[in-house]
Ligand binder design. Sequence first.
Ligand code: DC
Length: 492
Amino acid sequence: MAFRHPDDLPLADPALLSVDAVIAIDGPAGSGKSSTARALAERFGLLYIDSGAMYRALTEAALRLGIDPADEAALAALLRPAQLELRPTRGETAVFWDGLDVSSAIRTPAVETAVSRVSSHAEVRRLMVERQQALGRRGGVIMEGRDIGSVVFPLATAKIHLTASVEARAGRRHRQFAERGVTVDRQAIEHEIAERDRQDSEREVSPLGISPDAIVIDSSALSFAQQNEICARACLVNPALEATVDRDPVAARAGLDFRYRLAYGTMGALGRFYGLRECGNAGLAAPAGCILAVNHISLWDPPLVGGTLRRRPMHALAKAELFRPAWLAGRFFRWLDAIPIRRKGYDRAAFGQASTALAGGANLLIFPEGTRQAIGHPGLVRSGLGILVQETRAPVVPVFVRGSYGRHPGGSLDSPLEVWYGPLLRWHGLDDLLANHDRRAVSERIGTLCRAAWCELQARSHAQNPETEFEKRLGDKQLRKFAARQAQVFGR
Ligand code: DC
């Protein structure tokens, strides 16, 4: 449900927002993202970054140099060596391209018309996203754009999708132009906004859309002050929810039955033996009733991740083949509450059991790529995760495992063994997404987000411990082998 009034969201303590918070504001042109992002930056003491200005600066440079907005290679070559600098000022961000102040030049109708085309190219987006992530990785930023919550900062503290009707947005753009003394026909702006919406939403790479975990705010009928207030509250929703999670592992563990104590004890010892490090959000670990979505690179992943959980019952979805022979392996895995799943098609029984376990407060461990992948290359997430999320609304913790493949007893020096926990993803935007897309498309978005989260956790891991030669070599070799296995399991 889109929020339309400040009272729809509870008041929360601004002190909950940590200094390294990352706020993502996405939405269509003219929805008021820039003004609100600037106001929130001031209110919470964050650095404001306007990612649209970066695409505009590239467009302006291309037009100035006579480069065709459709020429991906030429645009990428122009962008790669360029010095693109954003300097926050009181009004609009000052933008410099190779030292040249282009702040006004990027706001002309000519740039406005060409920028959608320029920003539709995969390589241009890849280069821009790299720059944007570098600007915000240390936190303390609020960034606005089209793909900030879904691609640039999949682990953001808060994600807001700010939207408004085409008429309301055209009215605002019209006033902005008038204030700068530019006369533009209102009808023409309306047409141009609708056209840009279409182009931004229909492009193949990172189309504009609601991230399933974003809070959707419709500002059509809101004053600027109301819009800021509701967005400020939206920034605090996840931190406020996090503050209610029980962080006392001892109390949580007290209720565990014998089986789990034995299993977690053994799994934890295995992790310690191999020198496993728990990183990221591990202190929060997994609250009751949430799904742990883990990337899969080795058969050791389930016990290694299990050993880092330790707080409540864990039900793992495991391929049905593992339960054979039924009298030995089958019994053992069932004793540990593992749920057998047929990997091809939709296994109703397995999903039913998983939903029941989540409703009962257990953690559900799943490997949503469906099969093991090459190390260093998180695979595509299959539809199962999205289906489960849509059925249960259970929050998801993305978990990234590194180094579980090819280890030797005593801890190999070839790659560090780490389990990275991301933040809890909660599905605030799910109903809004379902209002406009079918369930399959929504599952796809949930999967894409999960994979983006793994990639970000992997980048954080590599920032601490760079990728080793062993990992690089092995990963490349495995890519071919695992593609073949994927085809064997899933038929393509
Ligand atoms: O927010 P804006 O109007 O200044 O953005 C200009 C264009 O840049 C817009 O048409 C879409 C594109 N853009 C994008 O594709 N991704 C972003 N993160 C930001 C902007």
